[in-house]
Design a protein around this ligand. Sequence first.
Ligand SMILES: C[C@H](CCC(=O)NCCS(=O)(=O)O)[C@H]1CC[C@H]2[C@@H]3[C@H](O)C[C@@H]4C[C@H](O)CC[C@]4(C)[C@H]3C[C@H](O)[C@]12C
Length: 325
Amino acid sequence: MCTSIIFSPRDHYFGRNLDLEVTFGQQVVITPRDYVFKFRDMPKIDHHYAMVGIALNADSYPLYFDAANEKGLGMVGLNYPDNAIYYDVKEGKDNIASFEFIPWILGQAATVAEAKKLLSTINITKKNFSDKMQASPLHWIIADKTGVSIVVETDADGMHVYDNPVGCLTNNPQFPKQLFNLNNYADVSAAMPKNNFSDQVKMDGYSRGLGSRNLPGGMDSESRFVRVAFNKFNAPTSDSEEENVDTYFHILHSVEQQKGLDQVGPDAFEYTIYSDGINLDKGIFYYTTYTNKQINVVDMNKEDLDSSDLITYDMLTKGKFNHQN
Ligand SMILES: C[C@H](CCC(=O)NCCS(=O)(=O)O)[C@H]1CC[C@H]2[C@@H]3[C@H](O)C[C@@H]4C[C@H](O)CC[C@]4(C)[C@H]3C[C@H](O)[C@]12C
Protein backbone atom coordinates (compact mmCIF):
# COMPACT_ATOMS: atom_id res chain seq x y z
CA MET A 1 0.00 0.00 0.00
CA CYS A 2 1.08 3.53 -0.43
CA THR A 3 -0.13 6.94 0.65
CA SER A 4 0.35 10.34 -0.97
CA ILE A 5 -0.56 13.80 0.34
CA ILE A 6 -0.25 17.45 -0.52
CA PHE A 7 0.07 19.57 2.63
CA SER A 8 -0.19 23.36 2.28
CA PRO A 9 0.61 25.14 5.53
CA ARG A 10 2.43 28.05 3.79
CA ASP A 11 4.57 26.46 1.09
CA HIS A 12 3.25 23.26 -0.48
CA TYR A 13 4.69 19.85 0.36
CA PHE A 14 3.88 16.87 -1.82
CA GLY A 15 5.03 13.28 -1.76
CA ARG A 16 4.30 9.82 -0.49
CA ASN A 17 4.95 6.76 1.60
CA LEU A 18 6.18 3.88 -0.53
CA ASP A 19 4.97 0.65 1.01
CA LEU A 20 6.06 -2.66 -0.42
CA GLU A 21 7.75 -5.91 0.58
CA VAL A 22 10.63 -5.58 -1.89
CA THR A 23 12.92 -2.73 -2.77
CA PHE A 24 14.09 -1.89 -6.29
CA GLY A 25 17.36 -0.08 -5.66
CA GLN A 26 15.63 3.28 -6.12
CA GLN A 27 17.55 6.53 -5.68
CA VAL A 28 16.93 10.25 -5.52
CA VAL A 29 17.19 11.20 -9.19
CA ILE A 30 17.39 14.69 -10.69
CA THR A 31 16.70 14.87 -14.40
CA PRO A 32 18.20 18.11 -15.76
CA ARG A 33 16.59 20.14 -18.53
CA ASP A 34 18.65 18.76 -21.43
CA TYR A 35 18.38 15.05 -20.65
CA VAL A 36 16.88 13.47 -23.78
CA PHE A 37 13.60 11.70 -23.06
CA LYS A 38 12.85 9.10 -25.74
CA PHE A 39 9.27 7.87 -25.92
CA ARG A 40 8.03 4.64 -27.50
CA ASP A 41 5.38 6.27 -29.68
CA MET A 42 6.03 10.00 -29.45
CA PRO A 43 8.90 12.17 -30.64
CA LYS A 44 11.76 12.60 -28.21
CA ILE A 45 11.93 15.69 -25.96
CA ASP A 46 15.42 17.07 -25.57
CA HIS A 47 14.63 20.21 -23.57
CA HIS A 48 12.07 20.22 -20.75
CA TYR A 49 11.50 21.18 -17.14
CA ALA A 50 14.00 19.70 -14.72
CA MET A 51 12.59 17.28 -12.14
CA VAL A 52 13.58 15.59 -8.91
CA GLY A 53 12.12 12.51 -7.24
CA ILE A 54 12.60 8.86 -6.51
CA ALA A 55 13.37 6.66 -9.48
CA LEU A 56 15.02 3.50 -10.54
CA ASN A 57 17.89 4.45 -12.80
CA ALA A 58 17.46 1.77 -15.47
CA ASP A 59 20.34 2.06 -17.95
CA SER A 60 20.21 5.84 -17.58
CA TYR A 61 16.42 6.01 -17.97
CA PRO A 62 14.70 7.43 -14.86
CA LEU A 63 11.77 5.16 -13.99
CA TYR A 64 10.12 7.60 -11.63
CA PHE A 65 7.95 6.40 -8.73
CA ASP A 66 7.20 10.01 -7.77
CA ALA A 67 8.68 13.39 -8.70
CA ALA A 68 8.15 17.12 -9.01
CA ASN A 69 9.46 19.61 -11.52
CA GLU A 70 11.16 22.98 -11.13
CA LYS A 71 7.82 24.76 -11.70
CA GLY A 72 6.24 23.11 -8.69
CA LEU A 73 4.14 20.44 -10.38
CA GLY A 74 4.38 17.00 -8.78
CA MET A 75 3.15 13.51 -9.57
CA VAL A 76 3.00 10.25 -7.58
CA GLY A 77 2.16 6.76 -8.91
CA LEU A 78 0.41 4.38 -6.50
CA ASN A 79 -0.63 0.77 -6.89
CA TYR A 80 -4.12 0.31 -8.30
CA PRO A 81 -4.28 -3.47 -8.77
CA ASP A 82 -7.19 -5.15 -10.59
CA ASN A 83 -8.51 -1.77 -11.70
CA ALA A 84 -5.80 -0.14 -13.82
CA ILE A 85 -6.16 -0.91 -17.51
CA TYR A 86 -3.75 0.37 -20.11
CA TYR A 87 -4.69 0.52 -23.75
CA ASP A 88 -3.44 -0.33 -27.23
CA VAL A 89 -1.86 2.47 -29.24
CA LYS A 90 -4.61 4.73 -30.64
CA GLU A 91 -4.35 6.78 -33.81
CA GLY A 92 -4.63 10.54 -33.22
CA LYS A 93 -3.73 10.36 -29.52
CA ASP A 94 -0.53 11.09 -27.59
CA ASN A 95 0.40 7.48 -26.89
CA ILE A 96 2.38 7.33 -23.66
CA ALA A 97 3.43 4.13 -21.90
CA SER A 98 2.61 4.05 -18.18
CA PHE A 99 6.32 4.26 -17.24
CA GLU A 100 6.65 7.38 -19.47
CA PHE A 101 3.68 9.16 -17.91
CA ILE A 102 5.53 11.07 -15.15
CA PRO A 103 8.31 12.42 -17.45
CA TRP A 104 5.76 13.32 -20.13
CA ILE A 105 3.65 15.43 -17.77
CA LEU A 106 6.39 16.89 -15.57
CA GLY A 107 8.63 17.63 -18.54
CA GLN A 108 6.01 19.88 -20.15
CA ALA A 109 3.41 21.11 -17.66
CA ALA A 110 3.93 23.75 -14.98
CA THR A 111 0.51 23.56 -13.31
CA VAL A 112 -2.37 21.17 -12.80
CA ALA A 113 -4.32 23.17 -15.40
CA GLU A 114 -1.56 22.59 -17.97
CA ALA A 115 -1.38 18.91 -16.98
CA LYS A 116 -5.13 18.63 -17.61
CA LYS A 117 -4.59 19.97 -21.12
CA LEU A 118 -1.97 17.29 -21.82
CA LEU A 119 -4.25 14.65 -20.28
CA SER A 120 -7.04 15.53 -22.71
CA THR A 121 -5.04 14.05 -25.60
CA ILE A 122 -3.21 11.20 -23.84
CA ASN A 123 -3.72 7.49 -24.30
CA ILE A 124 -1.82 5.43 -21.71
CA THR A 125 -0.49 2.38 -23.47
CA LYS A 126 0.25 -1.08 -22.13
CA LYS A 127 3.84 -1.16 -23.40
CA ASN A 128 6.40 -2.58 -20.96
CA PHE A 129 9.70 -0.91 -20.20
CA SER A 130 11.32 -4.34 -20.77
CA ASP A 131 10.46 -8.04 -20.42
CA LYS A 132 11.79 -7.94 -16.88
CA MET A 133 10.12 -4.62 -16.07
CA GLN A 134 6.45 -5.11 -16.97
CA ALA A 135 3.93 -2.27 -16.66
CA SER A 136 2.61 -1.88 -13.10
CA PRO A 137 -1.07 -1.22 -12.38
CA LEU A 138 -1.01 2.36 -11.10
CA HIS A 139 -3.17 5.42 -10.58
CA TRP A 140 -1.68 8.86 -10.09
CA ILE A 141 -2.12 12.03 -8.05
CA ILE A 142 -0.90 15.27 -9.63
CA ALA A 143 -0.53 18.45 -7.54
CA ASP A 144 0.89 21.94 -7.98
CA LYS A 145 2.19 24.75 -5.83
CA THR A 146 -1.22 26.39 -5.52
CA GLY A 147 -2.25 23.34 -3.50
CA VAL A 148 -4.65 22.00 -6.17
CA SER A 149 -4.60 18.29 -7.02
CA ILE A 150 -6.23 15.78 -9.36
CA VAL A 151 -6.33 11.99 -9.65
CA VAL A 152 -5.90 10.04 -12.89
CA GLU A 153 -7.33 6.53 -13.14
CA THR A 154 -7.46 4.41 -16.26
CA ASP A 155 -10.29 1.92 -15.75
CA ALA A 156 -11.97 -0.56 -18.07
CA ASP A 157 -14.36 2.23 -19.16
CA GLY A 158 -11.58 4.68 -20.02
CA MET A 159 -9.45 7.35 -18.42
CA HIS A 160 -10.88 9.45 -15.60
CA VAL A 161 -9.47 12.72 -14.32
CA TYR A 162 -10.96 13.69 -10.96
CA ASP A 163 -10.52 16.93 -9.03
CA ASN A 164 -9.20 15.98 -5.62
CA PRO A 165 -10.74 18.06 -2.82
CA VAL A 166 -8.87 16.26 -0.04
CA GLY A 167 -5.35 16.23 -1.50
CA CYS A 168 -4.55 12.62 -0.74
CA LEU A 169 -4.54 9.25 -2.43
CA THR A 170 -3.90 5.67 -1.35
CA ASN A 171 -4.73 2.52 -3.35
CA ASN A 172 -7.97 0.68 -4.16
CA PRO A 173 -10.88 1.20 -4.51
CA GLN A 174 -11.51 3.86 -7.18
CA PHE A 175 -11.05 7.45 -6.03
CA PRO A 176 -14.80 8.39 -6.00
CA LYS A 177 -15.42 5.47 -3.63
CA GLN A 178 -12.65 6.64 -1.32
CA LEU A 179 -14.20 10.11 -1.21
CA PHE A 180 -17.68 8.66 -0.62
CA ASN A 181 -16.37 6.57 2.27
CA LEU A 182 -15.41 9.76 4.15
CA ASN A 183 -19.14 10.19 4.85
CA ASN A 184 -18.82 7.39 7.36
CA TYR A 185 -16.40 9.47 9.43
CA ALA A 186 -18.15 12.87 9.42
CA ASP A 187 -18.36 12.85 13.22
CA VAL A 188 -14.68 12.11 13.86
CA SER A 189 -13.14 15.10 15.60
CA ALA A 190 -10.06 16.39 17.36
CA ALA A 191 -12.39 17.77 20.05
CA MET A 192 -14.05 15.77 22.82
CA PRO A 193 -17.34 14.34 21.53
CA LYS A 194 -20.67 15.76 22.62
CA ASN A 195 -23.06 13.25 24.09
CA ASN A 196 -25.63 12.78 21.32
CA PHE A 197 -26.36 9.30 22.58
CA SER A 198 -28.92 10.19 25.23
CA ASP A 199 -29.34 12.89 27.83
CA GLN A 200 -30.40 10.13 30.19
CA VAL A 201 -26.96 8.51 30.12
CA LYS A 202 -24.13 10.30 31.91
CA MET A 203 -20.89 10.22 29.94
CA ASP A 204 -17.87 11.73 31.58
CA GLY A 205 -15.28 11.54 28.76
CA TYR A 206 -12.95 9.15 30.58
CA SER A 207 -10.04 9.80 28.18
CA ARG A 208 -8.62 12.59 26.09
CA GLY A 209 -8.81 11.90 22.35
CA LEU A 210 -12.23 10.26 22.33
CA GLY A 211 -13.26 12.39 19.34
CA SER A 212 -10.94 10.40 17.09
CA ARG A 213 -11.70 7.00 18.61
CA ASN A 214 -13.57 5.85 15.51
CA LEU A 215 -10.79 6.67 13.05
CA PRO A 216 -9.90 3.42 11.27
CA GLY A 217 -6.50 2.10 12.29
CA GLY A 218 -5.88 -0.60 9.68
CA MET A 219 -3.09 -0.86 7.13
CA ASP A 220 -5.64 -1.23 4.31
CA SER A 221 -5.98 1.55 1.79
CA GLU A 222 -9.46 2.73 2.82
CA SER A 223 -8.39 3.07 6.44
CA ARG A 224 -5.21 4.92 5.50
CA PHE A 225 -7.14 7.27 3.22
CA VAL A 226 -9.49 8.32 6.03
CA ARG A 227 -6.75 8.54 8.64
CA VAL A 228 -4.31 10.56 6.57
CA ALA A 229 -7.04 12.96 5.37
CA PHE A 230 -8.18 13.57 8.97
CA ASN A 231 -4.64 13.98 10.28
CA LYS A 232 -3.73 16.36 7.47
CA PHE A 233 -6.81 18.57 7.87
CA ASN A 234 -6.14 18.83 11.60
CA ALA A 235 -2.39 19.42 11.41
CA PRO A 236 -0.90 22.65 12.76
CA THR A 237 0.66 25.16 10.37
CA SER A 238 3.62 27.43 10.93
CA ASP A 239 5.78 30.05 9.24
CA SER A 240 8.86 27.93 9.71
CA GLU A 241 10.06 25.57 6.96
CA GLU A 242 11.52 23.14 9.52
CA GLU A 243 8.30 22.99 11.53
CA ASN A 244 6.15 22.50 8.43
CA VAL A 245 8.42 19.77 7.04
CA ASP A 246 8.40 18.10 10.43
CA THR A 247 4.59 18.20 10.54
CA TYR A 248 4.40 16.90 6.97
CA PHE A 249 6.40 13.81 7.98
CA HIS A 250 4.29 13.36 11.13
CA ILE A 251 1.22 13.15 8.86
CA LEU A 252 2.81 10.62 6.51
CA HIS A 253 4.30 8.61 9.35
CA SER A 254 0.85 8.40 10.96
CA VAL A 255 -0.09 5.95 8.19
CA GLU A 256 3.27 4.26 7.74
CA GLN A 257 3.51 0.50 7.91
CA GLN A 258 5.67 -1.12 10.53
CA LYS A 259 7.15 -4.45 9.45
CA GLY A 260 5.08 -7.41 10.56
CA LEU A 261 1.60 -5.91 10.21
CA ASP A 262 0.69 -6.42 6.56
CA GLN A 263 1.38 -9.97 5.43
CA VAL A 264 1.56 -10.44 1.67
CA GLY A 265 3.26 -13.87 1.51
CA PRO A 266 4.36 -16.72 3.79
CA ASP A 267 7.32 -14.71 5.09
CA ALA A 268 6.70 -11.40 3.37
CA PHE A 269 5.35 -8.21 4.93
CA GLU A 270 4.77 -4.87 3.30
CA TYR A 271 6.41 -1.95 5.10
CA THR A 272 7.10 1.73 4.51
CA ILE A 273 10.38 1.68 2.63
CA TYR A 274 10.58 5.47 2.37
CA SER A 275 8.54 8.63 2.89
CA ASP A 276 9.31 11.68 0.80
CA GLY A 277 8.10 15.20 0.22
CA ILE A 278 9.15 18.02 -2.03
CA ASN A 279 8.64 21.66 -1.22
CA LEU A 280 6.92 22.52 -4.53
CA ASP A 281 7.57 26.24 -4.09
CA LYS A 282 11.31 25.85 -3.57
CA GLY A 283 12.38 22.60 -5.29
CA ILE A 284 13.77 21.10 -2.09
CA PHE A 285 13.35 17.34 -1.74
CA TYR A 286 13.09 15.68 1.71
CA TYR A 287 12.93 12.02 2.64
CA THR A 288 13.12 9.53 5.48
CA THR A 289 13.52 5.74 5.22
CA TYR A 290 12.34 2.81 7.33
CA THR A 291 15.66 2.66 9.13
CA ASN A 292 16.59 6.35 9.03
CA LYS A 293 14.00 8.72 10.45
CA GLN A 294 16.37 11.69 10.20
CA ILE A 295 15.05 14.01 7.48
CA ASN A 296 17.47 13.98 4.54
CA VAL A 297 17.53 16.85 2.05
CA VAL A 298 18.43 17.22 -1.63
CA ASP A 299 18.07 20.72 -3.07
CA MET A 300 17.65 20.55 -6.86
CA ASN A 301 18.70 24.19 -7.21
CA LYS A 302 22.21 23.29 -6.09
CA GLU A 303 22.73 21.18 -9.23
CA ASP A 304 23.46 22.27 -12.79
CA LEU A 305 19.93 21.96 -14.16
CA ASP A 306 21.06 22.95 -17.66
CA SER A 307 23.01 19.71 -18.06
CA SER A 308 21.99 16.47 -19.77
CA ASP A 309 22.96 13.52 -17.55
CA LEU A 310 20.95 12.15 -14.65
CA ILE A 311 22.16 13.24 -11.21
CA THR A 312 21.64 10.51 -8.62
CA TYR A 313 21.94 10.17 -4.85
CA ASP A 314 21.83 6.87 -2.99
CA MET A 315 19.21 7.02 -0.26
CA LEU A 316 20.71 7.30 3.23
CA THR A 317 19.25 4.32 5.04
CA LYS A 318 21.48 4.13 8.08
CA GLY A 319 19.91 5.76 11.14
CA LYS A 320 21.86 7.39 13.97
CA PHE A 321 21.37 7.14 17.72
CA ASN A 322 22.38 10.23 19.65
CA HIS A 323 23.96 8.81 22.80
CA GLN A 324 23.70 11.38 25.58
CA ASN A 325 25.80 9.71 28.20
C1 LIG B 1 4.65 -0.79 -6.06
C2 LIG B 1 4.83 0.74 -6.08
C3 LIG B 1 3.62 1.37 -5.47
C4 LIG B 1 3.58 1.13 -3.98
C5 LIG B 1 2.23 0.71 -3.61
O1 LIG B 1 1.22 1.31 -3.93
N1 LIG B 1 2.21 -0.43 -2.90
C6 LIG B 1 1.00 -1.06 -2.54
C7 LIG B 1 1.04 -2.49 -3.00
S1 LIG B 1 -0.53 -3.17 -2.89
O2 LIG B 1 -1.50 -2.27 -3.44
O3 LIG B 1 -0.75 -3.45 -1.49
O4 LIG B 1 -0.45 -4.41 -3.66
C8 LIG B 1 5.01 1.27 -7.49
C9 LIG B 1 5.08 2.82 -7.49
C10 LIG B 1 5.96 3.20 -8.69
C11 LIG B 1 6.20 1.88 -9.40
C12 LIG B 1 7.45 1.81 -10.31
C13 LIG B 1 7.40 2.93 -11.34
O5 LIG B 1 6.16 2.96 -12.01
C14 LIG B 1 8.56 2.79 -12.34
C15 LIG B 1 8.67 1.41 -12.96
C16 LIG B 1 7.60 1.20 -14.03
C17 LIG B 1 7.76 -0.17 -14.70
O6 LIG B 1 6.71 -0.30 -15.63
C18 LIG B 1 7.65 -1.26 -13.65
C19 LIG B 1 8.72 -1.09 -12.61
C20 LIG B 1 8.70 0.28 -11.92
C21 LIG B 1 10.02 0.37 -11.13
C22 LIG B 1 7.49 0.43 -10.97
C23 LIG B 1 7.47 -0.68 -9.88
C24 LIG B 1 6.30 -0.53 -8.88
O7 LIG B 1 5.09 -0.75 -9.51
C25 LIG B 1 6.28 0.88 -8.26
C26 LIG B 1 7.51 0.99 -7.37
